[in-house]
Design a protein around this ligand. Structure first.
Ligand code: NCD
Ligand code: ZN
Ligand code: ZN
Length: 348
């Protein structure tokens, strides 16, 4: 069979991004807007995006960073805290400001200190979200220090997510950035209309051994942390299955180089500049390029009740080398995922 050298698909969307704020927006928003039409924007700023006014102002700052001539729609999320009021979410959803609500267990990840300390405290809010069909996006890891970091997602599913879905069966939920076979199996067993899971590009490419290949690799450190190879294979099968519950979410999470290459380096992989080439490479390696459009462009909009995009992008099999680092206005640098390595695919 002739080698596939180009793939055209409906323009994809990224259902999980961190854009940060301030001067960083000028670098990271264009990188996402180049490939994607829309993105679910995570609210873990300092202070977090907890109300309508903050989300509207942040959306405008993002729009101001979109290069002239590009159309890009940021879809905003509310950061759930123990204090979030159901009225704020009702009103924010009604006004089209909030596309979803993000649940960070307090202490689970970057800027999650204001997150939820106990699911019981937000049950009234979750009941309202179930009623109005506002999706809950979950960073699914327990925070108990005695649970091994590699087990935190599986334990969260068992202790928290399973019981939550049992008590709120019609709540729309996305289990974000899944990293385990347990997560894939759990999501696959739920009713497809109510559950989704995002899969990052980097978790399709690396396993936990790669974190220590030849020495410690701070730019591959993210949360949830990459797991064993058997889990990466489960993620690859889920992504390439065409199953509508699984869709693209890069979790592109830029941190300045000096904050990654540090004694206590930040968690997050900056993947926006390489996202579609990496997904194409992973699907190509699986012989599943025909399933890329469902994963990248169709399943996410279907979950969120939105139409798929009408324009297209084309990826070409044409090797290129990822830059070693990218300068950010203000003097810092970002090291993208796969920095310095050669990728087989690029945007036409
Ligand atoms: C994210 C960040 O840096 O904001 N980091 C990460 O490792 N994924 C937060 C998150 O998505 O958990
Ligand atoms: Zn997360
Ligand atoms: Zn994230």
């Amino acid at each position: 069979m002739a080698e596939i050298t180009r793939v055209t698909l409906k323009r994809p969307d990224d259902w999980h991004v961190h854009f940060r704020d301030g001067v960083m927006l000028q670098t990271v928003v264009p990188a996402t807007a180049r490939e994607f039409a829309r993105a679910i924007v995570m609210p873990n700023l300092v202070p977090p995006v907890t109300d309508i006014a903050a989300a509207e102002a942040y959306r405008q700052r993002i729009l101001d960073a979109v290069p002239a001539g590009r159309t890009f729609t940021p879809l905003m999320t509310a950061y759930l805290t123990d204090q979030t009021s159901p009225e704020t979410l009702r009103e924010g959803a009604k006004r089209g400001v909030f596309s979803a609500v993000k649940l960070y267990p307090a202490g689970a990840t970057t800027n999650s200190a204001s997150g939820v300390t106990d699911i019981a405290k937000v049950m009234p809010v979750l009941e309202v979200m179930q009623e109005i069909g506002l999706p809950l996006l979950i960073h699914g890891e327990v925070t108990s220090p005695e649970i091994d970091i590699f087990d935190r997602e599986a334990v969260f599913i068992e202790r928290t997510l399973g019981p939550l879905l049992a008590s709120l069966p019609a709540l729309k939920v996305v289990l974000e950035h899944v990293t385990t076979k347990e997560a894939v199996d759990f999501v696959s067993a739920q009713d497809a209309s109510g559950i989704g899971a995002t899969i990052t590009a980097h978790h399709l490419m690396i396993n936990r051994t790669d974190l220590f290949k030849g020495g410690i690799r701070p730019h591959l450190y993210c949360l949830p942390i990459a797991k064993r190879e058997v889990h990466r294979q489960a993620l690859r099968r889920a992504a390439a299955s065409g199953d509508r519950r699984f869709f693209l979410g890069t979790d592109t999470a830029p941190h300045a180089k000096h904050l990654k290459e540090a004694a206590c380096g930040c968690a997050g992989v900056y993947s926006a500049p390489v996202a579609m080439p990496i997904y194409a490479q992973a699907f190509d390696e699986m012989g599943a390029l025909d399933k890329l459009e469902a994963f990248a462009s169709l399943n996410g909009p279907a979950f969120y009740g939105l139409a798929a995009n009408t324009d297209t992008i084309t990826l070409l099999r044409k090797p290129w080398t990822v830059p070693a680092s990218i300068a950010v206005d203000g003097g810092s640098e970002l090291v993208p995922f796969m920095a310095g390595e050669t990728l087989n695919w690029q945007l036409a």
